[in-house]
Design a binder for this molecule. Structure first.
Ligand SMILES: [Mg+2]
Length: 395
């Protein structure tokens, strides 16, 4: 039976938290001298905002059907992504049946391929795709996880990302992942401080709690190998994440051969599409992929990436993205746990990941979330009407 056709697509933008979670005011742990590829320049070492990490802002895509039902989703991309949605992608949705998500994705991807493929354009496509799934769920009166075939477990289990794995342990999470603070340009002293930080946290959390390290593309293979080897041998670090440039597949393959047996190499947060992830699998770059559902091509593409991962015996543990990830993770056996990003400024309490943009955004309690908390049509969240959003390119 045909569903109500799509009558409008709107791209809205906002600032301050939301999907652009790096867009925080001063003193937040997420912008506290974190190692980045720009840290080779001392003037961009202290703050990621100094080199423009929050320059884009949030993108909200709304897709309205002729019966007034509206699906929406959020990702990063701001005004440039809004332009692409309104002026390029919207034409593949207006007048169409929302259930045609495969054909719509295909047309969005191949029509933009000459200037797209990765990055901003794929963020925009992801936002449209997720809004389409939200609309489809609302029109059919089903949560997105039910549209995917249903949950394979009764609850989600989370690790926490933030500056305080010790507090994450007290809050009931299964593990804690902390940011790396010093890159190769800070030399041997920086390496010693990185290792001391891991050691300090290990002493606080005890020997069995998962401890992981997110390097945000900041290292080279040789530094990453030294750091990973010592962190594994001395402190039992579980995984080293996104250690080097996402373009350096050869470097990841070398790093994975170099690290001690049993230690996990993870990456993929800034990778996109089935073709990008195929490189990671076939070149044996990592043990766990971490696609961001709002950046990798959306849910339609993540299903393909995940099937490919499954066939290569790789785990899929998506990067952040709250409900958009949860509805997916609960339906896959090769996604056994999920990430929770601690957006409290000092990582001491659980607050909704997309705060303040969404209403009814579920959060874990004692590091867990019952799937029944996701049993609402679509992704089960609403936009907070108190958050100001602009539509820069109204049709
Ligand atoms: Mg990461």
């Amino acid at each position: 039976m045909a569903l109500s056709k799509i009558r409008s697509v709107r791209a809205l933008v906002g600032r301050g938290g939301g999907a652009d979670y790096h867009d925080q005011s001063g003193g937040h742990w997420i912008d506290d001298h974190i190692a980045t590829p720009m840290a080779r320049y001392p003037e961009y070492r202290e703050s990621r905002q100094s080199f423009g990490i929050n320059v884009l802002g949030t993108l909200v895509v709304e897709i309205e059907a002729e019966d007034g039902t509206t699906g929406f989703a959020v990702t990063t991309g701001g005004v440039p992504a809004a332009y692409i949605v309104e002026h390029h992608l919207a034409r593949f949705l207006i007048g169409r049946d929302p259930a045609e998500f495969e054909k719509i994705w295909d047309q969005m991807y191949f029509s933009t391929q000459y200037y797209g493929r990765k990055g901003l354009v794929i963020n925009a496509i992801s936002g449209v795709d997720l809004a389409l799934w939200d609309l489809l769920g609302k029109l059919r009166g089903e949560p997105v996880h039910a549209l995917l075939g249903g949950a394979v477990r009764d609850e989600l289990q989370f690790y926490a990302t933030g500056a305080r794995p010790d507090l994450a342990k007290e809050l009931g999470f299964v593990g804690g992942k902390m940011p790396l603070h010093h890159g190769p340009a800070e030399g041997e002293e920086g390496l010693a401080r990185n290792l001391a930080g891991i050691g300090e946290m290990r002493s606080r959390v005890g020997k069995d709690f998962w401890l992981m390290l997110d390097c945000w593309m900041s290292l080279d293979v040789s530094y990453a190998t030294r750091l990973a080897t010592r962190a594994w041998n001395e402190f039992g670090l579980k995984w080293i994440e996104e250690a080097i440039s996402p373009d350096d597949y050869w470097g990841y393959a070398e790093l994975r051969r170099n690290v001690p047996r049993g230690m996990l190499v993870t990456t993929g947060e800034h990778e996109a599409t089935r073709w990008g992830f195929r490189m990671l699998f076939e070149m044996e770059c990592c043990d766990i992929i971490q696609p961001d559902i709002g950046w990798c091509g959306g849910l339609t593409e993540l299903l393909k990436i995940s099937a490919l991962a499954d066939a290569h015996s790789k785990l899929v543990v998506p990067h952040g993205s709250s409900v958009y990830s949860y509805h997916f993770v609960c339906t896959r056996h090769n996604s056994p746990f999920a990430e929770f990003l601690m957006m409290h400024p000092d990582a001491s309490a659980v607050v909704p990941m997309f705060h303040p943009l969404l209403q009814n955004e579920p959060v874990p309690e004692q590091g867990r979330l019952r799937i029944s908390a996701l049993d609402k049509p679509g992704f089960g969240v609403e936009l907070n009407p108190d958050v100001a959003l602009d539509r820069p390119f109204p049709n």
